[in-house]
Design a protein around this ligand. Structure first.
Ligand code: ZN
Ligand code: ZN
Length: 485
């Protein structure tokens, strides 16, 4: 054990760095987690946090984490104190979002570690058990003074202390995508974590085109901007990536973010005209989840994911023609899937979600289900959108699959679980042929805003507030949701 090393680490430890600058919320959006990060561009400044050391680069730059100098260590958290407790600055600081008096607040808290660190998780585990600390108190200590090696294509080599900040006004290229502004690279959990540090509004502009397309009508872009902003703010409240070293990831797990990719004037206008607007309900942000195409009606969050019923995610009618049809019933759902609906004005991805057909061999389905043989199937339950929520398979075992996503995966990755098996028209047990044909409608989980519906409404001159009201009933739009100290 090296006590001097541990204390040095604890003095400067910072896990994540969401911050408020000039009344604007800045977030760390993760771009990549890898052993090496290769970026390129002109006039790129790389700077150490402390002590101050900066260098300018142009061309291709490779950042690596030399393993020899970066042994990771494990510590045991003794207790966590918040910033209101004076005199405890020697802990590892992490910023955490909380809802306070109806507003989102950014709080710092400090994890105070035991005076001992360990080379392996097992060693830490042994002591934690002896001293009665739960396993969740064992954490890899972020090695803030780890060395990051920076190699330029001109053969120049430099070592920086983690974390480093990168400034690139004219942008950097990473994986064929351009990102502009400020970045953070840090050593965490034995990897390099590469984050874009940017204002919430800039982030939203990088999400909207990747979620709904950049040539959508203005009111649909605005609806998407408000939904994406609300979803982001809602996710922040869960601190779901706090231990990973960033606020949100850039994949579908949070929301797809790709920097400048697909951005244009229309996108920036939609974000600007709805600046700061989020959907609000019961003194909190309304989680504005969304999906590609409901297929007629949206479903409730409870039917799709269980959990607490939410009045703004209880399902609504998207297509008027489906309004009086009970899609949770078998014959009605089948009849609806076969009812033709207008696809006028739709782009190809929208049309693809309205009617689709897939097939799978019984052999493949048997394999996907982990069965030896399969004889028959039985649809058990559909949600308000007509999505199958539960289905039974009979073979060498009987399997009941629950959840629209698992059902889609079992059939080889269907666009949605709003489908029927050709030849099966009732809720009773049916035997399966060797080739199984599926006919369906809709794409995605079906909860919250339907993007195809938002586009259709925008083309029919509905404004974004009315679009949002349809998919998130009982919500209001507010801009004053961030608690300023
Ligand atoms: Zn995520
Ligand atoms: Zn819809």
């Amino acid at each position: 054990m090296n006590r001097a090393l541990v204390i040095l680490i604890l003095l400067f430890g910072v896990l994540s760095a969401a911050e408020i600058r000039d009344n604007e919320l800045y977030l760390e959006i993760n771009i990549a987690v890898d052993n090496q990060i290769i970026i390129s561009g002109e006039d790129i400044f790389i700077q150490e946090q402390d002590p101050f050391f900066a260098k300018e680069y142009s061309g291709s730059i490779r950042i690596t984490l030399p393993t020899s100098t970066n042994d990771s260590r494990y510590g045991i958290i003794q207790r966590v104190v918040d910033e209101s407790v004076r005199g405890y600055i020697e802990g590892i600081r992490s910023s955490k979002f909380v809802w306070e008096e109806g507003k989102l607040a950014l709080k710092n808290e400090y994890a105070i570690y035991l005076d001992q660190s360990f080379r392996s998780y097992e060693e830490a585990q042994q002591l934690a058990m002896m001293m009665g600390y739960p396993e969740s108190h064992i954490q890899q200590i972020p090695i803030v003074n780890a060395s990051l090696r920076v190699d330029s294509d001109s053969g120049d080599q430099e070592y920086f202390e983690s974390p480093i900040r990168i400034y690139a006004e004219d942008g950097i290229q990473f994986g064929n995508i351009t990102y502009k502004g400020e970045f953070i690279v840090k050593a965490q959990n034995g990897k390099l974590v590469f984050n874009h540090l940017l204002p919430l509004e800039t982030y939203i502009a990088g999400v909207v085109p990747n979620e709904i397309g950049n040539s959508s009508p203005a009111e649909a872009l605005k609806a998407q901007a408000v939904a994406a902003r609300s979803h982001a703010v809602s996710l922040l409240g869960y601190n779901r990536h706090a231990k990973d070293g960033y606020d949100l990831c850039s994949t579908t797990h949070c929301q797809v973010y790709k920097g400048e990719h697909l951005q244009n004037e229309a996108i920036q206008e939609a974000v600007h005209e709805t600046a700061g607007e989020i959907l609000y309900i019961d003194d909190k942000v309304a989680d504005a989840t969304y999906h590609s195409s409901c297929g007629g009606k949206t479903d409730s969050s409870v039917a799709i994911w269980n959990g607490t019923p939410l009045s703004h995610l209880s399902g609504s009618t998207c297509l008027d023609a489906a309004r009086n049809i009970d899609l949770s019933r078998e014959p009605q759902a089948i009849k609806w899937i076969n009812t033709s609906v207008s696809t006028q004005g739709m782009t190809s991805w929208e049309r693809a979600g309205m009617n689709w057909q897939r097939s799978i061999s019984k052999a493949q389905l048997t394999k996907n289900l982990g069965l030896t043989y399969l004889t028959s199937v039985q649809i058990m339950r559909r949600g308000a959108s007509g999505r199958i929520l539960s289905i039974k398979f009979y073979g060498d075992r009987t399997i009941e699959l629950s959840g629209e996503y698992r059902i889609r995966q079992a059939f080889g990755g269907l666009p949605s679980s709003l489908f029927y098996i050709q030849g099966i028209s009732s809720r009773s047990k049916h035997s399966l042929g060797n080739k199984i044909t599926l006919k369906g409608r809709g794409s995605g989980h079906g909860v919250g805003m339907c993007q195809v519906g938002a586009l259709r409404r925008a083309r029919a001159d509905e404004d974004y507030k009315s679009i949002l009201q349809n998919y998130y009933p009982q919500t209001t739009i507010i801009t004053d949701w961030m608690k300023q100290e």
